[in-house]
Design a protein around this ligand. Structure first.
Ligand SMILES: N[C@@H](CCC(=O)N[C@@H](CS)C(=O)NCC(=O)O)C(=O)O
Length: 217
């Protein structure tokens, strides 16, 4: 049975691959699993049919037979556990790769998203600049720590894993800010992820959705 995921009908990122379905698409491509995509509008995401799949009314979701999942990290982990290619076979190495998945989503992504939200929603507040400075510091602290740990390695812990897949998508959320570029090894790490054929296929597919939606008007 081919799994079905949900994705934005018209992504607010204009097809830059920053929406969280990109991680899931990339994971599918890495392991060679076909998948279907059901596009949803912002309105549909808040309607009962979608809320049955996703309690918070968001994308992505995953459906396969009688299994429904939400949370991009849980979905990527499920794919990685089902197929070879995203988690090492050795039990300890596998546990470490899963630690990196959590680190990406639980330690590195939160300050990045907090900064992003501040930029979108608080620009007109009188305290915005002061808060932004604090949010930038928090992001920079994480980038500096991550850069130190990555060092000259290609990936975070041995072979490319689901931990790298999630970390690269998280760092990509800083595209255009110039923050990642301050750490050449992190910029090269993101570029290595983006150069993977599986990433490129996933990126092209989500961009095609946005392009089709835009041409329809
Ligand atoms: N922690 C969730 C976050 C999901 C999320 O924030 N999805 C965004 C798209 S990237 C969304 O659906 N936003 C619309 C909304 O929250 O109304 C995950 O990783 O899946």
């Amino acid at each position: 049975m081919i799994p079905t995921i949900t994705s934005f009908e018209k992504s607010p990122d204009r097809g830059q691959g920053l929406a969280r379905d990109m991680r899931v698409r990339w994971a599918f491509e890495e392991v060679g699993q076909q998948y279907d995509v059901r596009l949803v509008s912002f309105q549909q995401m808040k309607e009962p049919a979608h809320l049955d799949l996703h309690p918070f009314g968001q994308i992505p979701t995953y459906e396969e037979g009688d299994l429904t999942l939400f949370e991009s990290g849980a979905i990527v982990l499920h794919i990685a556990q089902r197929h070879a290619g995203l988690l090492p076979k050795d039990a300890n190495a596998r546990a470490r790769a899963i630690s990196w998945m959590f680190a990406a989503l639980n330690t590195v992504e939160p300050p990045i998203v907090e900064r992003e939200m501040g930029m979108y929603f608080d620009r007109d507040k009188r305290w915005h600049q002061e808060r932004l400075a604090m949010l930038n510091d928090r992001v920079r602290a994480r980038l500096s720590e991550l850069s130190r740990r990555l060092g000259d390695n290609d990936w975070l812990d041995g072979e490319f894993s689901a931990g790298d897949l999630l970390m690269v998508t998280v760092l990509r959320r800083l595209d255009g800010s110039g923050e990642v570029e301050k750490y050449p090894n992190l910029a090269a790490y993101v570029a290595r992820g983006e150069a993977r054929p599986a990433y490129q296929r996933a990126f092209a597919d989500q961009l095609a959705v946005f392009t089709a939606a835009t041409s329809k008007g």
